[in-house]
Design a protein around this ligand. Structure first.
Ligand code: ZN
Length: 420
């Protein structure tokens, strides 16, 4: 994941363009991807796919001819989607096109102007404050032309057509946590799930934020109902604790599965209710779809000082954080895969577990009590109504213990599966 992030970091991405295509191509080296190009001008619900944006170079020269702001040094320096421009302007005019963060004077902000055509640059307040008066030469060799918006998918077929959606945005340029961490984790997760024979069909979607998920939903409107559970993956590499934002439904199985995993992970975490602000859960949870899609991040967007600045660089994401995030995602999928309803086939008094060698047959000695309790809970609540996740919540035991207990009871013919 760290190597993928480092390779993607220098590329200038946006909601369209060659940088986005190149990034999806690199992710295609982690896991095979199918790309879709949606032409500029295409109507997608209430939106229109914008013209494609590409950049060759962009710089500002001061009155002495020295380059003081240069896209080549960092792609954050150019306003994302900046219109082309070449000309000479005075300092005051130039400053109207410069974006800074006065409160964080050393950092370069990330700014976009997708739907209003203008040119602009981003720079640190320190650099801008030092600019001498005089005439500046401005050069933005970008293009806004008819082309396409690109998104990519990887699907792992399961034994049912019911789907789990893992979606990440991939439209930010050189920003590591907000964007690249999600892209790298989603691709890695896709590769790992590809080694399994899952029950659900898994769809991994790599799309530019907002307009990309809107395009996907517009193109897949009739099959979107197959998505039974989903997570929006973003900001998974910083050092902060895990944060889960519930789906619009609030009590969907995905909401409960993530809460359960975070509760038993033994680390700090927080859980928040849905708000119609954030990443692509805004689209998946729009009322016309109302899909059970939450978002599992570490520190949420906008809540760390490096957010949308040059401070969100390679030093801001950590290997250990990425690994822990990946582990949590896998654990959540394990709950979704293993959840189900069962019926106790020996419900009149407890069945004799000792003679079936079920006591002590699970786990090591230290887990013996937990394994025993798990057997008793599964037997007691398997009445065809309670799911294993219901039982895990009520018993305050890790899902994995209940899954192991159910498997042992199934093998002893004390349990049968209740069809959904
Ligand atoms: Zn962002």
């Amino acid at each position: 994941m760290m190597a993928t992030i480092a390779e993607l970091f220098p590329i200038c991405r946006s909601i369209t363009g060659e940088g986005l295509r190149r990034s999806l191509q690199i992710l295609g080296g982690v896991v095979p991807l199918t790309t879709t190009e949606v032409p500029s001008g295409a109507a997608v619900f209430d939106w229109t796919v914008p013209r494609e944006w590409n950049v060759r170079e962009a710089w500002v020269k001061d009155p002495s001819g020295e380059v003081v702001i240069d896209f080549r040094r960092s792609n954050l320096h150019l306003l994302n989607y900046s219109a082309p421009f070449h000309g000479k302007v005075g300092l005051e005019t130039l400053k109207r096109h410069l974006h800074t963060i006065p409160e964080q004077p050393a950092l370069v902000p990330y700014r976009t102007s997708y739907y209003e055509e203008r040119w602009g640059f981003c720079a640190s307040q320190e650099v801008v404050s030092r600019l001498p008066p005089g005439e500046y030469e401005v050069h933005v060799d970008s293009s806004l032309e008819d082309g396409a918006l690109t998104y990519a998918e990887h699907v792992v077929a399961g034994s049912t057509t019911d789907e789990v959606l893992l979606s990440c945005h991939c439209c930010h340029p050189s920003l590591c946590n907000d964007n690249l961490s999600g892209m790298a984790l989603t691709a890695t997760l896709a590769r790992l799930v590809g080694h399994l024979r899952p029950r659900y069909t898994y769809r991994f979607l790599f799309a530019p934020g907002t307009i990309g998920s809107i395009c996907w939903l517009a193109r897949n409107e009739t099959q979107a109902h197959r998505i039974k559970h989903g997570l929006v993956v973003a900001c998974v590499g910083d050092a902060g604790p895990m944060t889960y934002k519930r789906s619009r439904r609030g009590d969907a199985e995905i909401d409960r599965a993530v809460a359960h995993i975070l509760l038993h992970a033994g680390q700090r975490f927080s859980i928040r209710n849905f708000t119609p602000y954030g990443y692509d859960e805004r689209q998946y949870c729009s009322p016309g779809f109302d899909l059970a899609v939450g978002s599992l991040t570490r520190t949420p967007h906008g809540e760390y000082p490096e957010y949308h600045t040059s401070g969100d660089d390679l030093s801001f994401v950590h290997r250990d954080s990425l690994i822990e995030s990946l582990r949590r995602y896998l654990e959540v999928l394990e709950v979704l895969e293993g959840n189900g309803r069962y019926v106790n086939l020996s419900p009149r008094c407890e069945p004799h577990l000792g003679k079936r060698r079920l006591y002590g047959s699970l786990g090591g000695q230290s887990h013996a009590r937990e394994a025993q309790l798990a057997l008793l809970w599964v037997l007691n609540l398997s009445d065809g109504r309670h799911t294993l996740l219901d039982i895990a919540e009520r018993a305050k035991l890790p899902f994995r213990s209940l899954r192991a207990a159910a498997d042992a009871l199934l093998a002893s013919a004390l349990l049968r599966s209740e069809p959904e």
